[in-house]
Design a protein around this ligand. Structure first.
Ligand SMILES: [Zn+2]
Length: 263
């Protein structure tokens, strides 16, 4: 690939095109077409793409003049850059995929606006940290320390270089958000309903009815035999309670068969 700089002013003229839903991040006049970015100096693909307000965590494949490159590739004058999102079902190997999918270690960190999504992810069995008072820097620090994928609605947060795994949540309803996250990280086949406490994120373990009988309401005691207890906060869960409270979409994702929460 030519690395020559043909513009005597030193300016870099880069031809760019974004594909599929990445266009939603762009202003209308740049959508679904090639446009030119003029930069004062050579830059990385990450900075070029995020200069167009597209977080790097949303990008799975970058082609520069037809060859797949990573986020630290330096683009130069005259380059033609094509940027693709995470495809649900397109085999793009042997090109370099930039996002891990499915996640080998599906652990999440939900930002302060995604509390309900965090509870649904836990309900589906995924380790999901959440605090409603965390500042951006604290979130980033926890994400790194605990090796979690960051879920947020703040695209600036996802543009930080240290964020390797993350996702910009689009939907407004938490049930739709859960569906989105499971699709994005290809996790639907490993959903494990009701193995984790939706309140505190600790694991649930089976518990003998006799040991917790004194905590059950009379009807629960009469109709249910199988119970789980949270190893963190001690809440009791059982199969079949409060099923009607679940959104139909959540019920479908979880194919409700495990114990439901007691409250
Ligand atoms: Zn708990």
């Amino acid at each position: 690939m030519s690395r020559e700089n043909s513009d005597k002013s030193g300016k870099q003229h880069i031809r760019l095109r974004f594909y599929e839903e990445l266009n939603n991040f762009l202003p209308p006049h740049q959508r679904k077409m090639e446009f030119v970015r003029t930069l004062p100096e050579p830059t990385t693909t990450k900075d070029l793409i995020e200069g167009c307000r597209v977080p790097h965590t949303e990008v799975d494949l970058i082609l520069v003049n037809g060859e797949s490159v990573t986020f630290d590739w330096m683009v130069a004058d005259g380059d033609r850059v094509s940027v693709y999102p995470v495809f649900e079902s397109l085999d793009i190997s042997p090109a370099t995929r930039l996002q891990e999918r499915p996640l080998r270690n599906p652990r999440f960190l939900a930002d302060v606006n995604l509390g309900k999504l965090a509870r649904f992810l836990r309900m589906a069995g995924f380790d999901t940290a959440y605090r409603n008072d965390a500042h951006d820097d604290e979130l980033i620090e926890q994400m790194l320390r605990e090796d979690r994928a960051l879920l947020t609605r703040d695209r600036r947060l996802l543009m930080r270089r240290v964020v390797q795994k993350g996702y910009l949540v689009r939907a407004d309803r938490a049930a739709d958000q859960l569906d989105e996250v499971l699709r994005r990280f290809d996790l639907k086949s490993i959903v494990r309903p009701f193995t984790r406490c939706m309140h505190c994120n600790a694991r649930l373990e089976q518990v003998d009815k006799a040991k917790i009988e004194n905590r059950l309401k009379p009807l629960t005691k009469r109709y249910y035999q199988d119970f789980s207890k949270c190893t963190g906060c001690g809440r009791i869960y059982w199969k079949g309670s409060h099923r009607e409270r679940l959104d139909p979409k959540i019920s479908e994702i979880l194919s409700v068969s495990g114990p439901l929460p007691d409250r």
